[in-house]
Design a protein around this ligand. Sequence first.
Ligand code: DGL
Length: 265
Amino acid sequence: MQKNQAIGIFDSGIGGLTVAKSLSEELPNEQFIYFGDTAHMPYGDKSSQEIIEYSKKIVEFLISKNVKLIVIACNSASSVAASVLRAQYFRQVEIIGVIRPIIKMCIEKHLKKIGIIATKATVESQIYLDIIKEYNADIDVYQKATPLLAPMIESGQQESEAFNHVLEDYLKDEQFRDKEAILLACTHYPIIKQEIDDFFNHKKIILDNAKPLANEIKKYLTEKNLLADIKTKPNEFYVSRYSEVFQKTTKTFYNQSIQIIEKKV
Ligand code: DGL
């Protein structure tokens, strides 16, 4: 691998942009190649087999773009597909998921009562519970599937009345009451972080995958001597189906108009 190769990132849609943005800030010299699988969004309601199949095609596309590392900027795919992808592609490329870094951060912060909101695929995989157990941590965890959130965010409905009702309905769950932190275990949710923080009257720590993951990736690239010295090429953005919301979201995130390329995989 060479320092000047790009970093590949993927998600089912705009969610991974929350991760990509944080990575760009932490690693300004890197070129990123982003793939949003908008044609198959939402991943959270799909079977593990389907998520694995979609993810493999994206990984192969990113490998064809000669990336030095692939970041699965999606909790659903990190939950059910990461180990399969690593086993299949370990000779070609390193693949990093979003889950372990955020859990490590919770452990380091000595959090004892955590509420998790995520897609159905992530919750059903039980991966957050399993990894937390690995650290032998005495943490009280309550996880709740909130399947309507990501598709509504992806279609740009987060400012609607209907969205507020859906969100409130999920968050008023009694089980969240005594939790000190709420973990946004879907990369779409940082887009509504403010609304979630408001709902809990700013009384809970709201955590998401982006920052701890960016730190982990910086550490990995530094250790492997793969940090780019200078940015030589612009980022590239691909989607499997053109989406107005995707276009708008990249503009908001990067403060400039971004060219989106439609690419079927
Ligand atoms: N952003 C994704 C996640 O972190 C996927 C949401 C979806 O497509 O259901 O789980």
